[in-house]
Write a protein that binds this ligand. Structure first.
Ligand SMILES: [Zn+2]
Length: 250
C-alpha cells in the first residue's frame, strides 16, 4: 500500500513537471516535447538530477545550477499540487480507466490555471487536447457516460456562451471552452456543481479584492482558476455536495 501511494505521488509529481513545460510553452505556440527542458534564462539543458520534481528545487535552493537565475516558485508548487490531486483521485477508485480519465482531466485544469494566471489565456490547443483524450477515456467507461458527457459539453458551452453574450465581454472565449470540456469529464450534474462553485468562489474573491482595494472595479480577474477549482471540488466531492443540497430541500 505504501509503495502504491509513493508510486502515485511520484507519477503525479513527474506529470506536474511536464505540466510546467506545458504552461510555459503552449501559450507561446511552442512544442512541449522539443527541445528538452532547459533553463529559460541561460538555455543550459537540465540534467537528470535537475528534473527530479520538488526535491531538485529544494536542493538547488530555487536557482539554476549554471547561471544562478531564480526558478519560478510556481514550478515546485505545480509539481506538489499535481501529486496531491493524483493521489486524491486515485484513492477514490484505484488504478483503473476512471482514474486515468481523472488524471488527464486534473492535468488539463492545472495547465489552464497556470496559463490563465501567467499569460491571461486558456489556449485552444489545451482544450482540443483535453477533448481528443477525453472522448475515448469517457467512452470506455460506458456509452451512457459518453452521451451524458457530450450532452453536458454542449449544455455547459451554450450556457456560458449565453452568459458571455449577456455580460458583453465579462467572460473570455477560453472560459467558455474550458466549461464545455469540464462538462465532458464531469457530466451534467458534476459540471452544474462545478460552475456554481466557480461563480460563488470567483464572486466572493472579487468582492474581497474590491473591498481591500487590491483591485479596482475596471480590473479583470482571470476566471479560469475558479473554473478549475470548481471542477476539482465537483470531481472529488460533487456527489456529497449534491446529497447535502438535496437533503436541505426535503
Ligand atoms: Zn540558467
Amino acid at each position: 500500500m505504501v509503495f502504491q501511494i509513493l508510486l502515485v505521488l511520484f507519477i503525479g509529481a513527474c506529470t506536474g513537471s511536464f505540466l510546467n513545460t506545458c504552461i510555459e510553452r503552449i501559450p507561446a505556440g511552442r512544442c512541449v516535447a522539443v527541445p528538452p527542458s532547459h533553463c529559460e534564462e541561460c538555455g543550459h539543458r537540465l540534467g537528470f538530477v535537475d528534473l527530479v520534481p520538488v526535491l531538485s528545487y529544494i536542493y538547488l535552493r530555487g536557482r539554476c545550477r549554471w547561471c544562478g537565475a531564480p526558478l519560478p516558485l510556481l514550478y515546485p508548487l505545480v509539481e506538489l499540487l499535481t501529486a496531491v490531486l493524483f493521489f486524491l483521485t486515485w484513492s477514490g477508485s484505484g488504478f483503473n480507466e476512471v482514474t486515468l480519465a481523472y488524471w488527464v482531466f486534473v492535468s488539463i485544469l492545472v495547465v489552464a490555471t497556470g496559463t490563465d494566471l501567467r499569460h491571461q489565456v486558456i489556449p485552444n490547443r489545451l482544450v482540443i487536447t483535453g477533448t481528443v483524450f477525453g472522448l475515448p477515456l469517457v467512452a470506455v467507461q460506458s456509452w451512457a457516460t459518453l452521451w451524458s458527457g457530450v450532452a453536458a459539453f454542449g449544455g455547459a458551452g451554450l450556457f456560458m456562451l449565453a452568459l458571455a453574450a449577456i455580460s458583453r465581454g465579462g467572460m473570455g472565449g477560453g472560459d467558455i471552452k474550458l466549461s464545455a470540456l469540464m462538462g465532458l469529464y464531469l457530466g451534467p450534474v458534476g459540471v452544474t456543481v462545478a460552475l456554481f462553485l466557480a461563480f460563488l468562489l470567483g464572486g466572493l474573491t472579487g468582492i474581497v479584492l474590491l473591498v481591500t482595494r487590491l483591485k479596482r472595479r475596471q480590473d479583470t480577474i482571470p476566471f479560469g482558476p475558479f473554473l478549475a477549482l470548481g471542477g476539482i471540488i465537483a470531481l472529488l466531492w460533487g456527489g456529497r455536495i449534491v446529497d447535502w443540497y438535496v437533503g436541505l430541500l426535503i
